[in-house]
Design a protein around this ligand. Sequence first.
Ligand SMILES: C[S@@+](CC[C@H](N)C(=O)[O-])C[C@H]1O[C@@H](n2cnc3c(N)ncnc32)[C@H](O)[C@@H]1O
Length: 399
Amino acid sequence: MARTPEGVALVRGGLPGELVEAELRPRKNHLEGWVKRLLEAHPERYPKPLPPSADLPLAYRAQLPLKQGLVREVLARIARVDLEPHPIAPSPSYGPEPGLHYRTAAQYALHPLGGLAYRYPGTYDLLRLDGDPLIAKPMEAVFSLLSGWPLGGLEEVALRASLYEGRVLVAFIGGAPGLLKRSARALLQEGVAGVVWAEASPKGRFRGLVRPLGGELSLLEKFGDVLATISVQSFAQVNPKAAGSLYQEAAHLAGSGRKAVELYAGSGVLSLHLAPRFEEVVAVEISHDAVKRGEADRRRMGVENLVFHRDDARVLPQLLPAELVAVNPPRAGLSAEVVRALLEGRPPRILYIACDPATWARDVGRLVRGGYRLVFARPYDFYPFTHHVEVLSLLVLGP
Ligand SMILES: C[S@@+](CC[C@H](N)C(=O)[O-])C[C@H]1O[C@@H](n2cnc3c(N)ncnc32)[C@H](O)[C@@H]1O
């Protein structure tokens, strides 16, 4: 953040204390932009090129205290809760250099001059990429293959790797599926596990038609104690080792009992970790595709005490009482309706996993004012080299 004569400017790619030249565009109440030229670098700036999505270009060891501090700060300022979070769990290692090669999913624009590119968020500007040091090792060969490939007519490509299988799925986004069949076949011959075509939908990523072009539609990935089905077109955590340790610690914190309910369950990887500890587990998720994958995983693992509900989290009152309610909402956090249902239903324990510390702190504040106590919070670094941080937390009813 910088102060300019025209107002406050938020500059992506800049670090506190740096002197940079940035191109700024006006937003509603501030200016926003990107570093174009670095004039005086932070002493711990990461020295090698990173894609623009890496908005925290610092030496890995210097990233962790910043994320720990962020969670401490939102707890005090937004939640108004006096609790020192447990030390941040760093991203597990995927190679000799910490913080690199952790992403098992990535999406690139096709540069009109050839090659893969990143779109600067909120703009049509493209940055052509020679490589991406954040992607998982099995994706690197596919990245180079696609960089040199004549993929005319396409808008974007998406990649999803399984570290467990060491294989990669590809989605072609935009263009005409009929014209892409030959490219898909050629990719399969090069060892890609499966290729789909997806319509470039204005509703968002993978919200339109998706058609298989060849090979497999899904792979298995290991998250903690669970082998889960993943596909290129639906949500799964992108740092499988970090997410796996979070699910294991979450299951430990959840304790045991008769009934647990998980809201925003995705394909139910956390619910599958809870199933051995509770007599009955109910997983609520709005996406059909995620529920279908979760149901397949449940059957493959022979788990009998987990039920999926394809529904909105608002159904919570119908599913209570339960000893534990686990929630892992999108960045917007819990809706007012879900917070009300929790405060009225009063489950003894709430396990809250968050991908946005600010909305998490807002919700924790509401729950604490409604009679809960925050007894545990630990930041997890799922996304090195970005400002993102996950939080695992436990609230219990009573003083
Ligand atoms: C952050 S993801 C968590 C997924 C899962 N717990 C995991 O770790 O993989 C949030 C999930 O909430 C689902 N979701 C979003 N809004 C919802 C709603 N109103 N009711 C139920 N599920 C919702 C999304 O489809 C997505 O799968």
